[in-house]
Design a protein around this ligand. Structure first.
Ligand code: CA
Length: 232
């Protein structure tokens, strides 16, 4: 495909976890830098060309959440949070201030590498302008120029709201979208945080795109956080 090697910045104060992540990155052909503190991370970010950041939240100098906020002032690079905090509100807060994904410790390197690959693919789509009119995930296909949706090659009839919701997911394939973010994007600011309407809309969409809406294949529920269109 291309010979460009992606560089990952691993921000983690636990040297054992850091080493095992770096080992996996090396196996997968990524380049990497490491930092054990938030200050160290920011120093590397301004001096090196980094494509993606893996970020622990509990750092000795200041909180990882502050790093996300700072980085988002000037960069859209994918940020995957790796943290021992497993509270749903922590996940949602990290995603809402600009993290792209979240993994709770302990996690498998297989899972971590899969998430990194999704984020990198995203990055290339963004850099390429993401102007593709026809996007697909498995048997689900959307034609953005014609406003048509297909499931296993048969056309689906979605309501305008369902269509807008699906477009939002297709623009963020593989990424967790928080409930708050989706509500803001679909209904606009000021709609509040009423999740009931979103649940109803999601149920309607799932009845159309999922063979078994109780066991969704495409749009997965991230309990307490939001939803993700699975990257197949
Ligand atoms: Ca830590």
């Amino acid at each position: 495909m291309n010979s460009y090697k992606e560089f990952v910045l691993v921000v983690e104060d636990d040297s054992q976890i850091r080493n095992f992540i770096c080992y996996s990155l090396k196996q997968e052909g990524f380049g990497y830098f490491t930092a054990g503190t938030a200050q160290g991370a920011l120093g590397i970010l301004v001096s090196e060309q980094i494509d993606l950041m893996l970020l622990d939240l509990g750092l000795p100098d200041f909180d990882g959440m502050e790093v996300i906020k700072k980085v988002r002032e000037w960069s859209e690079m994918p940020i995957i949070v790796i943290s021992a905090r497993d509270q749903d509100k922590d996940k949602a807060a990290a995603l809402d201030i600009g993290a792209d994904d979240y993994l709770t410790k302990p996690f498998s390197t297989t899972e971590l590498m899969a998430r990194i690959r999704v984020a990198i693919r995203h990055l290339y789509k963004q850099r390429g302008g993401n102007t593709q009119a026809v996007l697909s995930v498995g048997g689900l296909q959307i034609d953005l120029s014609k406003h048509l949706v297909y499931l296993d090659e048969s056309e689906l009839h979605l309501t305008p709201m369902e269509y807008n919701l699906l477009v939002l997911f297709f623009k963020n394939i593989g990424k967790v979208l928080t409930t708050g973010y989706i509500i803001k994007e679909i209904w606009g600011v000021g709609y509040g945080t009423d999740t009931q309407a979103l649940r109803a809309l999601m149920a309607g969409l799932r009845r159309k795109i999922e063979k078994n809406p109780a066991k969704p294949r495409y749009i997965i529920t991230e309990i307490g956080v939001g939803y993700r269109l699975k990257d197949e």
